[in-house]
Write a protein that binds this ligand. Sequence first.
Ligand code: NAD
Length: 272
Amino acid sequence: MTVPFVPLNSGARIPQLGFGVYKVPADDRERVVSTALELGYRHIDTAKVYRNEAGVGAAIAASGIPRDELFVTTKLWNSDHGRDAARPAIELSLEKLGLDRVDLYLIHWPVPSKRMFVETWHALEEIQALGLATSIGVSNFLPHHLQPLLDAATVVPAVNQIELHPYYQERDAVAFNGDHGIVTEAWAPLGQGALVDEAGVTAIAESYGKSLAQVILRWHIQRGTIVIPKSVHRERMAENIDIFDFELTEAEVRIIDALERGGRVDAHPDDV
Ligand code: NAD
């Protein structure tokens, strides 16, 4: 099972499929991440606010997988915006993860009401220069957040992680990211499980002997998007990484494109 890599503007590369750990129950973190690593996932997406960085770190340490074969992302939480808070925030995350650097550090939300995301971005530029994060990026930034950041930035964000699934395709944000050399990463790639059996997609899935989730993840992959599906069930985790042995036709991609209905599952970035 070979997960392709996508090049980042930092010179690093990111496995196109990773494992998200949002809402993995406290008593289950290490087992779930260990299972993911066992199944071949090499890219783990966590965040300070998920309160599971220590479990992720313990599973990584127990795996014995060489550090340079792993891609670990964590995120700066909303209470840590600003130059003074950002550096201690990543140091604490690294301590919990048991790592001396992460592969990707993201500003979790722009929190426009604080008017601090440009200052915070400069702190991330320093964090990258110190080697604490190989690549830096943002999450939940829409074009009207990214433009002022880019106007002031020395480093262009490598990644923008946004809510993205067939019911909510964020076409303007994806185009803006692409125009600026920023790779789009989809959170809730399966709509947090809200994607119901759509007749057209079910027929596509049956024709390949794949599940609905596999077809949706394949749709993301063929658009060049990074995906980080989450599950705590071994079978589903195995299913979600088993998407590199079939290819959707253009007509099938268009059937999924047509599912757009503005159906966000979480908050709007201007309201957080
Ligand atoms: P997701 O779209 O990955 O959905 C997860 C849910 O889908 C599971 O709980 C399960 O109910 C269902 N599911 C998973 N695999 C399945 C399968 N094979 N068949 C049927 N159902 C299946 O949603 P998510 O967990 O919210 O997003 C993925 C990751 O993105 C998170 O774990 C986290 O790492 C990240 N994330 C980031 C942000 C952000 O603000 N940056 C927000 C939310 C999530």
